[in-house]
Design a binder for this molecule. Structure first.
Ligand SMILES: Nc1ncnc2c1ncn2[C@@H]1O[C@H](COP(=O)(O)OP(=O)(O)OP(=O)(O)O)[C@@H](O)[C@H]1O
Ligand SMILES: [Mg+2]
Length: 173
């Protein structure tokens, strides 16, 4: 069993079952203590609102990310998407286990997607979400064809919608 920690979500690989389970990354005890003890004066001044936001906000964002990923897959069944098979209201998502590409593959992926279109809106969305597309680990391949593992963000979903069938021809060596 192997666990990968993303910024928002963590992924447990279960090779025996051939699946990957995504769930919100839980804050470590160290992180909770650091957040709660950081600058007690500020905590007291702003009452505990800001601190609770720091702990609760990433967790709820991750649940929404999981949910948006699931509903986008369910709604579109777009073959460029690595499938999301199941979601327990965003608390956990299940995808088939994949082998993420290397971080370095991201530059090539970004350039390949950029070359698929000359449309201003799509290129703007690509540049707004550049970190996401540059991050090769957000992608895998299926029989040499590029597929995306992480498609929870609205900008990513709009790029995928804009590029449509053209995405199915992107090959990664
Ligand atoms: N189906 C899968 N099979 C195997 N590994 C996966 C799968 N889906 C995601 N991963 C790995 O787990 C990492 C985190 O997943 P994902 O990118 O979906 O979460 P995230 O919270 O959006 O992370 P980040 O913000 O760091 O991109 C991915 O970068 C990838 O390496
Ligand atoms: Mg990711």
């Amino acid at each position: 069993m192997h666990v990968t920690h993303g910024k928002l979500r963590s992924v447990i690989a279960l090779p025996m079952l051939g699946i990957a389970i995504k769930y919100p990354t839980l804050p470590s005890i160290g992180h909770i203590l650091a957040v709660l003890t950081e600058d007690i004066r500020v905590v007291l001044e702003t009452a505990f609102q800001r601190r609770t936001e720091n702990l609760v906000f990433p967790f709820t964002t991750a649940i929404f990310a999981n949910w948006h990923e699931y509903t986008f897959y369910k709604r579109t069944r777009n073959p460029f998407l690595h499938p999301t098979l199941f979601s327990l209201l965003g608390i956990i998502n299940v995808q088939p286990l994949a082998v993420p590409l290397s971080r370095d593959a991201g530059k090539h992926i970004y350039e390949a997607l950029w070359a698929l279109t000359t449309r201003d809106r799509t290129r703007k969305l690509l540049s707004l979400d550049v970190h996401h597309f540059f991050h090769g680990e957000n992608f895998c391949t299926d029989q040499g064809m590029l597929r995306i593992l992480d498609y929870s963000s609205k900008a990513t979903q709009l790029v995928i919608r804009d590029l449509g069938d053209r995405l199915l021809n992107v090959k990664i060596e």
